[in-house]
Design a protein around this ligand. Structure first.
Ligand code: BES
Ligand code: ZN
Length: 635
């Protein structure tokens, strides 16, 4: 029996020296043997092609299917407390079910409708993946209830003080699950390969509203009690919650905005085209499967531009510019309703299936609404950023592949523009092999055939070969695109004549400043980026005074300007504005380049000083990234 037990422990990755585990292993082994003989429920299988290197759960043996979440939010303690009640399915081989957790305080685990105490233990914490929660399956239990509370520094949770909100009166909470952070606020099988439906009961302090990636309220409840339902099965990284002084305004029959009251008018104006975008996307890739499409504007501490939480996109307030110049973000997050939320990457190694497809669809929506000439501008800016990334990483770096190998690494690495922009270029190249009509029909059938499923890169390539390349007798260097590094020679390059004019104006810059009437923010960004080296400080000052670059209401312009100014040595005049920007904005896309330029051009001490002041307002995602940059600068 001893060696059997040992083998069992090794197989289940348990530490055989641990006495508590040993006894537990013994019980599991016996239960497992008994159940193997019974061979009972046959679950509808999660994606089985690839083992997810970022989850301890083994959903092909025992999987979660539905969650009933009930949580109370305590802003003083920065804590969520309550229970996750999971419905589960498993094969006869399963003797336990495994959940991912990270820094949760688990109070109890019980089985069945009558909550009989379960046997469970938390495995040793892995610094990247957290601690696996093992629960023994007994008596054919179909329900597991875990009572728990979160820690104040849970990485998914953005607890914002009133001072960090638009209204300055009430605090705010938002969650961010992608990629592997849901486990820091809900014990779950945190892999995109397994889907679940959910309901939730959320209790907030009085006067606040809670919203989720689910059917949402449109008014506050006097007692702060809210009930939610998400009927379509989703991956756990898409479970999301926001609580604050939130109000709602419809912008179309199926679309609307949630925001703090102070932001609501501006946000509703900025995103007036949401309904049109939804209609355009449906015309391309088939009906929208999620009911409503709403968007919530979060406080500045939100670390991303947008997050595609189903039915309710989470967005940074930095896209509210007053000129609708950054609405591509809405097109992007909406596009995820097909690529990502409907058909989901099987593991984070297949991240380009989410983001590359989404950038491609985002551009198609932008073309449909605003024309090809306008849509080419952000596309060319992104292409330039991709080229810069390739140069920085090196064209033969393995992370420049579409299919990634993120084992033992934080999937955050995948969020470079390789998956996004190289991925979109790959799809555009494929489109151009034939024609748009055939390509769109093919893409629509990809979504229809795999709706509400997870799919790997290899699944896509097989489908592509059969239903597009062979069907229309097309040839393409598919493997070079997906498994090769760098950018293949047949990459289509976006071209915008408007951007080229702005670049020419920058190249020929003199004291007689160019005429910039009618420029979009994209032209401004390109202009600033193309200002030649060695511009005297006096001319930089003149540009700033004439065009108000340092104080622009558009964070993309400010970010590009600060970076170029720091590179040019035009620092002392703008440092207070740089500091205000870095303390007022939490979006990592803006923080990284500005801190990066400060560090690279000899102002690391300033960067550190500003960071120490600003970091309390940053979400863990941004804070960790900048901290890592400052650390490597110090070494
Ligand atoms: N899903 C991403 C955000 C994300 C990626 C969060 C990886 C965590 C890990 C979202 O759809 C996105 O791509 N957001 C972009 C904006 C978009 C317009 C390119 C962002 O936040 O910058
Ligand atoms: Zn995206």
């Amino acid at each position: 029996m001893g060696w059997l037990l040992y083998l069992f422990c090794v197989h289940y990755n348990l530490h055989p020296m641990h006495m508590r585990n040993l006894t537990f292993c013994c019980c599991l082994a016996i239960v497992g043997l008994l159940q193997a003989c019974q061979n009972k429920v046959k679950p509808s299988q999660p994606h089985d092609a690839a083992h997810d290197p970022h989850s301890f759960s083994q959903p092909w043996l025992a999987r979660t299917t539905h969650l009933d979440l009930s949580l109370k939010a305590d802003f003083a303690q920065k804590q969520l407390t309550g229970a996750a009640r999971w419905q589960i399915e498993y094969t006869g081989q399963a003797s336990e079910i495994i959940f991912d957790t990270d820094q949760l305080d688990i109070k109890s685990v019980s089985l069945g409708p009558d909550n009989r105490p379960a046997r469970w233990y938390l495995a040793e914490r892995d610094s990247l993946l957290g601690a696996a929660l093992h629960v023994a399956l007994e008596h054919g239990a179909k329900v597991v209830t875990i009572t728990y509370s979160t820690r104040p520094d849970a990485a998914a949770l953005g607890w914002m003080e009133p001072a960090m909100t638009a209204g300055k009166q009430q605090p705010f909470l938002f969650t961010q699950g992608q990629a592997i952070l849901t486990r820091t606020w809900i014990p779950c099988q945190d892999t995109p390969g397994n889907r679940i439906t959910y309901t939730a009961q959320i209790e907030t302090p009085p006067g606040m509203m809670a919203v989720m990636s689910a059917e949402n309220p449109q008014h506050k409840d006097a007692n702060g009690r809210y009930a939610f339902r998400m009927e379509q099965p989703i991956a756990p990284y898409l479970i999301a919650l926001a609580i604050g002084d939130i109000a709602f305004r419809a912008v179309g029959p199926r679309t609307g905005i949630y925001a703090e009251p102070a932001m609501l008018d501006k946000a509703a104006w900025e995103f007036a085209d949401m309904e049109k975008m939804l209609v355009a996307a449906e015309a391309l890739y088939g009906s929208y499967r999620w009911g409503r499409y709403d968007l919530i504007v979060l406080p500045t501490g939100f670390p991303f531009g947008g997050m595609e939480n189903p039915r309710l996109t989470f967005a940074t307030p930095t896209v509210i510019t007053g000129d609708r110049s950054l609405v591509a973000l809405v097109a992007h997050e909406l596009a995820h309703s097909w690529s990502g939320n409907l058909v989901t990457n099987a593991t984070w190694n297949d991240f380009w299936l989410n983001e590359g497809f989404t950038v491609y669809i985002e551009r198609r929506i932008m073309q449909a609404l605003y024309g090809a000439e306008y849509a080419a501008m952000p596309a060319q800016l992104e292409y330039a950023e991709l080229k810069a990334t390739l140069k920085e990483l090196g064209r033969d770096h393995s992370d420049t592949r579409l299919k990634l190998d993120l084992k033992d690494r934080n999937p955050d690495i995948a969020s470079s523009n390789i998956a996004y922009v190289k991925g979109a270029a790959f799809l555009e190249m494929l489109e151009k092999l034939s024609d748009r009509k055939r390509w769109d029909t093919f893409l629509k059938s990809w979504f229809d055939t795999h709706a509400f499923q997870a799919r790997s890169t290899e699944d896509f390539l097989a489908f592509l070969k059969q239903h597009y390349l062979q069907r229309y007798q097309l040839k393409a260097n598919v493997d070079e695109w997906v498994y090769g590094t760098g950018l293949p020679a047949n990459s289509p390059a976006p071209y915008s004549s408007r951007l080229e004019k702005a670049a020419q104006a920058a190249a020929g810059i003199t004291q007689a400043l160019p005429d910039t009437t009618g420029w979009s923010s994209h032209e401004w960004v390109y202009f600033v980026q193309h200002l030649p080296d060695g511009i005297p400080n006096a001319l930089m000052q003149k540009l700033d005074d004439a065009y108000g670059l340092s104080s622009s209401g558009n964070a993309e312009i400010r970010c590009a300007w600060y970076v170029r100014a720091i590179e040019q040595g035009y620092v002392s005049n703008i440092l207070p504005q740089v500091e205000a920007f870095l303390t007022g904005v939490g979006r990592r896309r803006f923080l990284r380049p500005v801190y990066g330029a400060l560090i690279q051009y000899g102002h690391a001490a300033e960067a550190r000083r500003i960071f120490d002041k600003a970091k309390a307002g940053y979400h863990a995602v941004s804070r960790n990234s900048i901290e890592a940059m400052l650390r490597s600068a110090a070494n």
